[in-house]
Write a protein that binds this ligand. Structure first.
Ligand SMILES: [Zn+2]
Length: 219
């Protein structure tokens, strides 16, 4: 009779009750035990939630740091479009506050947070003058007018960068699409995306944000 009563209590006391010695179980009311068990469980859940919340940031930071070289190779160009030489230069790394100080808000959002300007709103989609397009953040030469074409998209479009070394292409699976994002090799500024529906000779369409570029007209 006693044994079966005790068993009954144990079965309904939960893991907390089972873990306690028999004499302690009889001294502490089942309600208090249950409350202690619940508090412990909630603390464990909160701890787990915090751990899981922190975990992705740590995992994301580690490979990103390992993958970022201190030096990069770019090709230098004069303002008149003359190819000068291939050089190793220090990768430009600034924190968000430093970039915000240097760039207008809209340019910051596009170049540092991979935002996209509204089609036909930028200042270069219909510019076809002779000249060079440099990075708005670091002046790295990016595109030449000779490869610019009218894509009808409302964004400045080119069929090739001025030098393959000067831009970096990365798979981008944001917004439910798989695209290839294009950034400045020297400072990681987001420039736009590249698609394979461009004209000859490459068949590529570098669809850029005007806000990421600075046009240097040829004199
Ligand atoms: Zn740059």
């Amino acid at each position: 009779m006693f044994d079966s009563d005790l068993d009954h209590k144990k079965k309904h006391g939960g893991a907390g009750a089972l873990a306690r010695p028999a004499e302690q179980s009889s001294a502490v009311s089942p309600n208090l035990q249950r409350r202690a068990f619940l508090v412990t469980s909630m603390a464990t859940i909160a701890g787990l939630a915090l751990w899981q919340w922190r975990k992705p940031a740590i995992l994301e930071a580690a490979p990103a740091q390992a993958a970022e070289p201190k030096e990069v190779t770019v090709v230098l160009f004069s303002d008149s479009g003359e190819r000068l030489k291939k050089v190793r230069v220090a990768r430009i790394v600034k924190n968000a506050a430093e970039w915000r100080k240097q760039l207008p808000a809209g340019v910051f959002d596009i170049t540092r947070n991979a935002d996209t300007e509204i089609a036909f709103s930028g200042k270069y989609w219909k510019v076809h003058d002779k000249g060079l397009f440099r990075c708005i953040c670091c002046d790295n030469a990016l595109f030449d007018y000779a490869t610019k074409f009218d894509s009808g998209t409302g964004w400045p479009s080119f069929w090739a960068p001025i030098a393959a070394e000067n831009v970096t292409e990365l798979r981008d699976s944001s917004l439910g699409m798989v695209r290839t994002a294009v950034s400045c090799t020297q400072c990681d500024a987001h420039l736009g995306h590249v698609f394979d529906d461009g004209p000859e000779p490459t068949g590529l369409r570098y669809c850029m944000n005007s806000a990421s570029l600075r046009f240097v007209p040829r004199t």
